[in-house]
Design a protein around this ligand. Structure first.
Ligand code: FES
Length: 98
């Protein structure tokens, strides 16, 4: 059992711009990656509304943070799961400047 401090909340944007950009496939892939890395009890995955950064989609936010990832691909998601969610080191090169 883990407390809230050790739990990540990950919001994949399902807004009207990001949603059509392969969102269901990215969501499935993210779920698979989290499961493969044994993180399913530590990572909550949700689909959000528009995150206000439509030009950079598909977008993802990770809490605690908040960290905004942009221009998601399967490769980027894999790296985010391995480096950020599994090891605690955000993938700086994929973050959107606030
Ligand atoms: S629809 Fe994803 S940021 Fe607007």
């Amino acid at each position: 059992m883990h407390d809230d401090q050790s739990t990540y909340r990950v919001y994949l944007c399902g807004g009207s711009n990001c949603g059509p950009l392969n969102m269901p496939t990215l969501l499935r892939y993210l779920e698979d990656m989290v499961w493969e890395h044994g993180l399913d009890s530590l990572v909550e995955i949700r689909v959000s509304g528009c995150q206000g950064r439509c030009a950079y989609g598909p977008n993802l936010m990770v809490y605690p943070g908040r960290y905004r990832y942009a221009a998601l691909t399967h490769e980027r998601l894999k790296q985010i799961v391995r480096q950020h969610l599994a090891a605690g080191h955000p993938v700086r090169e994929y973050l959107l400047a606030e």
